[in-house]
Design a protein. Sequence first.
Lengths: 395, 98
Amino acid sequence: MSGVRVLVGTHKGAFILTSEGERTKWDVSGPYFGGWEVYHMKGSPVDPNRIYASQSSGWFGQIIQRSDDGGRSWYQPGLKPGEPTRNSAGMPLAESNKFVYDTSLATGKPLTTHQWYDGTQHPWEFKRVWHLEPSLTDPDTVYAGVEDAALFRSTDGGKNWHELAGLRGHPSGPRWAPGAGGMCLHSILLDPTNPKRIYVAISAAGVFRTDDAGMTWKPVNRGLSSQHIPNPEADVGHCVHRIAMHKTRPNVLFMQKHWDVMRSDDAGESWQEISGNLPTDFGFVIDVHAHQPETIYVVPIKSDSEHYPPEGKLRVYRSRKGGNEWEPLSNGLSDPDCYVNVLRGSMTVDSLNPCGVYFGTTGGQVYASPDAGDHWAPIVRDLPAVLSVEAQTLP
Amino acid sequence: MIRVVLPPHLRTLARVDKEVEVHVADPVTMRSLLDALEARYPMLHGTIRDHVTQQRRPFLRFYASGEDLSLESPDTQLPEAVRSGTEPLLIIGAIAGG
């Protein structure tokens, strides 16, 4: 029977949770990279044993790690254990940690600046990789969404990274501003039917789409309304927390914004609110059922300053109609006095049948539902604060 | 050989125990020492100083012979005790807690 591997990034290392297809008994391994922040790990869709990890630290900066054996061993790309670390000229074989923003070809100066919290212009400064998105077709190609917001790509398995600078060089770049969590590019969606189309989401700029494989980008935020910016309907400036799509309907997007749950049926050209009967439409995560493109999940959070579930009751909300009509899912989530948060990268689904749904909390729990949300149980309860959760369905 | 004591996380990253030794051609400065350290342990690129600006990461300090060398010019010759291998250069991370 096939199984599931759940990759969990936390504030103090990474963990890998594995189970057979029944998803009732779990093996827990880790911590990997103990003591480091692991913002994200994700496996290649075409080679599940190829996993990329973003390891970072306020002290030592950004490290990219890679596993070619399903997470049993890790190395920095280009530095495989036992292989020479330098070429015959004595130069390092790879610089997998190196993320350098493009500069103007004409002047060598920074492409642009962005807006700082106080409204002044501020230079782009690389801080960390928030999201790694492996290619749908090539295990050596992987995209990285970084803070300060930009998109990088590696085509050699993570050894070397190059910016797709058309995004940051968009004329709106100087108007982008950081949210409270920093100015991060946190969501990357690859269109499985069109290799030239990519969506990214940035806090707090909004959603951008390319139709030419990353050369040029356009903001696709029409229909979003955000009260925290002077023009609530501006083309950029929206604090999008997460976007999601179903692989069979790449023109349909779902969004959890700072406030408001939204959907687009035209590849982001326009958005409609689908918050409906949610108890609060603030939150961070959103995801789509693996086999039912109109079934979506969110975890409502009380408010933008009270980052915990309403009434201290942890609930996943599910809509089977693509939004507006939501039902609370609480079976197995009924612990009282729950005041954890569920961060934007911390919900995922597997593609078994029935679909498994998973989410992690800042309290260190990772919950799993093997039946599309009807029943929940914690896989682990006491990890460090969870930053991201990704499920891999294994053959 | 120049001796260097790395902070624990960087020892893990470089897969070394305790202190490391690197050969540094004269003149032995902070810049030439870090160049040699990164050449010997490429996984440390970017972890002690920024890839581009070459500035020391703000939560790291350099010490030797009881002196704080963090604010010295990277092209200043390191103390004799470090150059001779009598004492190690200490790379120390800011204390963390809560």
